[in-house]
Design a protein around this ligand. Sequence first.
Ligand SMILES: Cc1cc2nc3c(=O)[nH]c(=O)nc-3n(C[C@H](O)[C@H](O)[C@H](O)COP(=O)(O)OP(=O)(O)OC[C@H]3O[C@@H](n4cnc5c(N)ncnc54)[C@H](O)[C@@H]3O)c2cc1C
Ligand code: FES
Ligand code: FES
Length: 1314
Amino acid sequence: MSPSLPDHQNGIIAHCVSVTVNGVHYSVPNTYSEVSLNDFLRHHLHLTGTKVTCREGGCGVCTVHVSLPDPAQTGHFLQRSLNSCLCPILSCDGWQITTVEGIGHQGQSHPIQQALTDHYATQCGYCTPGWIMNMYSLLRKEKGKRLTTQQIEDNFDGNFCRCTGYRPILDAFKTFSRDEESGLGICDVEDADKSYCKKSGKSCVKVCTSWPSAFIPHVSDLPPEAQLLAPAWHKPTSLAQLYRHAEQKAGKNVYYVVGHTGKGLFDDGPYDAYVDLKGIAQLYTVTKTDTLLSVGANTSLTDLIDIFERQAAAPGFAYLNSLVSLIGKTAHVAVRNVGSWAGNLAMKNRHKDFSSDIFVAFTTANAKLLLGPDNQLCSMEGFLTLELRGKVILQVELPAYSDDFAFRLYKVMPRATNAYAYCQGGFRALVDKQTAGKVIMMVTPALVFANIAPTFVHAEETENYLTGQDIADPQTLATALDILNHELQPSQDLAQSSALYRRSLAVSLFYKFILQLVGDLADIRLRSAVGAIVRPLSSGTQSFETKAENWPVTKALPKLESLVQCTGEAKFISDIEEERMLHAAFALSTEGSATIAGIDTTVASKFPGVIRIVTASEIPGRNSLQIGTGIEEMLASEKCLYAGQPVALVIAVSSNIAEEAAKLVVIHYADVKSPILTCEEAIGANSFFDLGLKDLLVGDAESSMDSAQVVVEGQFHMGAQQHFHTETMVTVSYPTEDGLDVQAGTQFVDNTQAVIAQACGLSKNQVNVSVRRNGGGFGAKEDRINFVAAASAVGAYLLRRPVKMHLSLWDNFKIMGRRPPYYVKYRAATDGEGKLAAVILEIYLDAGCTLMHGNERILSGLPVFLNNVYNVPAWKITRFACKTNTPANTFFRGPMSTEAVYMMEYIMEHIAHHLHKSPIDIRQLNFLKEGDTVLMGTKVTGCGVQPVLDQLLQSADYQSRVEAIQRFNKAHRWRKRGIAIVPMRFPVHFYPGDVLHWNGGFTCMMAVYHGDASIAVTHGGIELGQGINTKIVQVVARELGVSMDLVRVKPTNTMTSANARATLASLTSELTCLAAIECCKQLNDRLRPVKEAHPKGNWESTVEQAYKDGLDLSARAWYNPRSKREVYSTYCAMCSEVEVDILTGQYQIARLDCLYDCGESISPYIDIGQVEGAIVMGLGYFTSEEIVYDAQNGQNMTAGTLRYKPPFAKDIPVDFRVSLLKNAPNPSGVLRSKLVQEPPLCATSSVVFALAQAIQAARDEGNADRSWWQKDIPMTVEKVQRYCQTDISQMLVRTGSDKATCAFTLLHSALPHR
Ligand SMILES: Cc1cc2nc3c(=O)[nH]c(=O)nc-3n(C[C@H](O)[C@H](O)[C@H](O)COP(=O)(O)OP(=O)(O)OC[C@H]3O[C@@H](n4cnc5c(N)ncnc54)[C@H](O)[C@@H]3O)c2cc1C
Ligand code: FES
Ligand code: FES
C-alpha cells in the first residue's frame, strides 16, 4: 500500500474546474460531480435553449458544441458535438461550450437557425436546438473544408424528431454543402460560422444592441443536500498517479470517466469516486510499426475511425476499413465524438450481454489489449472473462494482415442508425482460388458473433471444420451451415429479439460471407446476398398550389414561432426553473397485478433533500384523474393495476433527488398474480370492460358468408405505440392566495383545470391553468397529462411552494398509456371477381387497466372509418374492450382511423391474394361511388377516391415500376422489392359534444390596441407543433386586411378560454379559425361605420378613430358545432416501394409518393409538414416501434431510447414525394381548406403491404406454400425476416443439379419466438 498522498498529488481536483459557456467563464466546485452539463446549463445557468428528453444519449435534443484542448496534448483544439445529458460538468475542465443561445438570437440569427426557419423545418420545436448545434458543430469541425451533402446527412444519425418527418431538416442543412445543386442559399462553411447581422446582411461585428439578449446568465447554486451526496472527483495526470489511486480505492466502485457515455446504457452506481482519465496523455498515444498498430485507450470512436481510415492506406492494414464500417454504426456521431473504445469494452467486460460493436471488431481482427498496472497483454476472449476491477485498459494492438485476407463485419439493427444490434457477425478468412472451381480455406477462419449468448464469441466448431475445405463445394457449405446452426445456442432475453431470429441471422451472415469469398463461382442470382443494402442520399419533393388573391391565406410561410424555436428563445414549461422551486417524482409499482400490503417510505424520506412523500390517503381532494363518477387513481391506494403505476409522490429540492428517493420507496405486495398483457390473454381470462356496445349490423352478413362464392378469413395483431413526445409530461404549480396558478403541458386546459381542482378540493375558479406551447402531444396530453398536473398541484397545495414535475422519459413510458393494441378476426365474402358482399369483424382493443373515456370513444368511433374507400353491402361488427395489466391506453394521432383503415386494407390484400389478382384492381373494383351508404349510414357525396388514385398512379409511374420490380425480383434471389398503394378516405365530422363526449367549444378572443393598432389573439386551441397559431394569424390578417406582423398569439388559459375543447382529432386548427373569423367579423362590423366615415383611412387611423369614438376594440367568439353529419371527406393515396434483404429482414423504403387532398390549404408548408410528419410517425407504428413487457411482472422492457425505436432520419423514404391535390377547393371547409394532421398516417400501411409483396416474392422461391400468411404489425426487421421463411436448406452456392445433399436438422421448433 502506498502511503496516503495529498489530494493534489492524487489528482483530486482541489476546488473547481473552469468552464466557458458562450464566452463566459465559470468556476464549478468539485461538489458538482453528479451534475451533468445539461443540468448545469438548464438549472444553474438557466440556458434552457438546450433541451432534455431521454438522459441516455438516445435522442440528441441536448446536443451542444464543445471546443476542447486536444487531450493528446497536441496543442490543438478539437471541435465536437456531444450529448450534454451524459457529460458531467466536471469533465469539461478547460472546455469552451457553445449552446444554441451562443450562436444567435431572433434579432441576429445564425445562418443555420435561419435555414431551418426558411425550410419550414420546425414543428413543436423541442428537438430543434439539438439539430442546430449538431450542424453547427459539423461546420466548426470541417471549417475550411468542402462539406458534402452525404457528410451532412450522415452527421444526423442521432437526432430524434417526432414531428417533422426529418425531410425539411435535412433539406435545410444540405444548403451548407458544396455539392448542393439546388442553388438554395449555398453557404460558405467559414462564413456560416460567423453570425450574420440580419440588418446589415454582413458578419456580426457585435456592436448591434437593438435586440436585447434574453440570456444574461444567472448562476444558481447546487442545493447543499445534493453537494452532500457528491462522490469525490479525481483527475490524475499520469499513469503512476492513476495506479496509486486505484490501489487506495481497491474494492470500491470507481467510475473511470472518459466520455461518460456509458451512463446512458448501464447505471452501475452509486459510485464511491469518479476518476477522470482525460488528463493522462499516454492513454491517447498512437504508434505504428509494419506489423502492429497500437491505439491508446482514451481514443474516442470518432478518432478511432479517423486513425483506421488513415492507416488503412498502409500495407497490411487495409482491413481496418471493414472495422470502420462497423464502428461507424456504433451509437451516433455525438456519442462517438467523446465515447472511447476502452469505455465500450469495459462495459462489455462487466455486462456480458452488451452487444458491443468494438468487441466484435477487435475480436475479428484478433487484437490484443494491454492492461495496467501489470502491462498484461490479453486476447479479446481472455479479456471477456478476466476481473477488470483494479485494472486499467491501456491500449489495443492490432496486427497487420496480408491483403489476401478477406474481412467483413455485419451489424443488423432494428433501424438504420443509433440502435443496438440484433446480431453482429465478424469474419476473417484467407482463401486460395488457384485451382479452377475451388475456393480453399487456407487457415482457420474467424467467425465471430455477438448477441448469441453472453460469453459466446467464436463459432469454433465451424471454424475448425472449414479449415482446409473447399467452400465452393455445395456439400462443404451445407455441412458448415449445419454445424453452425447446431453450434449457435442463443440465450433467451426478453429485451432482445427472439433467440430463433438471432441464430437464423448469424447463420445468414455467415452465408453472406461465404458467397463473398466464393465470388463468381456462385450463381449470379445468389450473389445478391453479399453485402447489405446501401442507402443512397435521400431527397424529397413537395408540390402544392397557392392563390395569391387570398394571401396571406394559402401562402407558404414558415411557422410564426420557427425562429424563436431555432434560437432557443421559445420557452417551454419544462424550461421553467426558479429558486426555491421544489421538484416531484413518482414512486412506481413494480408488479403488474397485486394488492398493496404497505408502503414504506422510511428510507426514502430520510434521503437528503426530500421534503415530503405523499401517498393516496394524503391527497386533499379526490384521488381520481377522471371527472364525474369514474375513478382512475392518481396514486394507487389498494391495488396495483399495472407495473409502472404511481404509488407515491416524492417531493424534494431537486428533480434528481426526487427521482433517486422515489426508487427507495418500498412497496409491499400481496396477492401477486401473473399480469394479463395481451388481448389474447384477456380473452383467455375473460377479462373485459363492459362498454355496452351493441353489435353493428348492416344487412345479413352471416347469410352473405354462407352464399358467397369466395370467403376469406383470418386474424392479425396490431401493436401499441408510445407517443414519445420530446417534451415529456410536465407541469409547474404555484400556490396563490386563493388557489393555484398552473402551467400545464396539456392539450385540454378545461379538463386539466377540473382534475386539479378535484384533486386539491378546490373549485375550478380557484385554479388558473395556462399553456403557451407543448413539445408535442399526439393525444397523450389530452388527459394522461393529468397524472403530472394533479401531482404537481397537490404538492404545491400541500407545501405552499412552487412544485415542478417533469417526468423522466423512462417514467413517461411506464406510466402513460399508448396507442392501444388490437387483435382482429375477420371474414369477408365476395363474388368470383372479388366484389365485396359482406364483412364480419371481431375487434378486440386492449384498453389497458382502466376504462377511460378515451378507449370508449375509440371503440365507438372506429366504425366511422371502417369502410375506408370501399362499398360493403353487409356488415357485422363486434367490439370488445380487453382489460389488461398495462397502463390505460389513450388517443394517439389518427386513433380509430389508422387502425380501421388497416383492417379494411388487410382484407383487400387477402382477397387479392386469394383470387390471384392485383391488389390495386381489387381495391378499385370495390371503391365507394357517389351515393353509396357507409357503415354508419352516411351517404357518400363528392367522392374523390378514384381521381386521387388515378392521379397518383400516373405521377408515381406505378405500372412501369411494377414491371421493373418484377424484373428485379427475377434477377435477385436474396433481395426483393415490393410496391403497394393504399387509398384513403377520412370522413370529417365537426363532432358536437354529445356524440363523443367532447363538450365545450372552440374559443377565440382578440384585442386591438390603440396607439399602434397591433392585435393580440388568444384561442382555446393549444400549439403542439401543428401550426395552429400561424394559421390563425394568416386568417386574422386576411379577414381584417392587415399585415401578419401586426398580429401576435398569446398563451391559452382557462380565463380567456374557459370551457375550451380539447385540441384533438385534427379539427382544432380549422374550428378555431372559424372562431377567429367570427371575432374578425365582429370587429369589422364595429369598424365599418368608422371606415365609411373616413374612407381614406388605413388600419392604424381607423383603429385610432374607433378608440376616440369609444368603440370596444376587443372581440370574443365561441364556436360550438351542432351538426352531427359528416361535413366533408378528405382523400389521400400513398404509394410505397421497398427493397428487402431477405436473409436479414433489413429493408429500405426506396420511394414514397403521397397525394393528399387538403382542399385549398390555408398554409401549404405547414400542411405538407403535417403530411410528412404523419407519414414518418406511421412508419414507426407500422414497422419499428414495438413494446415488450416482462411476462412475469408486466414491466415495460422497452421504456427508453435504447430499446424503443421510432424512425430516425435515415429511416425515411429515400425518395420522399408529397403533393397536395390541386384545384380542389372544399366548399364545406374553413376558407375552402381541409384538415390534415391525422389522415395521412392512415395510408402509411402501404409500406406494410409493399413489404408483404417483397416477402411474398421471397416465399415464392422457397419451400413455403403459397397460402395466405398472417401479417402482424409492427412489421419489424425481425418479423420481415421470419415471414420470409428462409431456411438454411435454401442457402446454396449454386442452384440446380449440384444442390447440397446434407440432411439439415433445424432447431427452430426448440426455440420459441419471443
Ligand atoms: C445512445 C448510445 C448508443 C450506443 N450504441 C452503441 C452501439 O450501437 N454499439 C456499441 O457497441 N456501443 C454502443 N454504445 C456504447 C458506446 O460505444 C459507449 O458508451 C462508449 O464507447 C463508452 O466510452 P466512454 O468513454 O464514454 O466510457 P465511459 O462512460 O467514460 O466509461 C464506461 C465504463 O468504462 C470504464 N472505463 C473507461 N475507460 C476505462 C479504461 N481505460 N480501463 C478500464 N475501465 C475503463 C468506466 O469505469 C466505466 O465503467 C452506445 C452508447 C450510447 C450512449
Ligand atoms: S436528452 Fe440527451 S440525448 Fe436525449
Ligand atoms: S419538431 Fe422535432 S420533436 Fe417536435
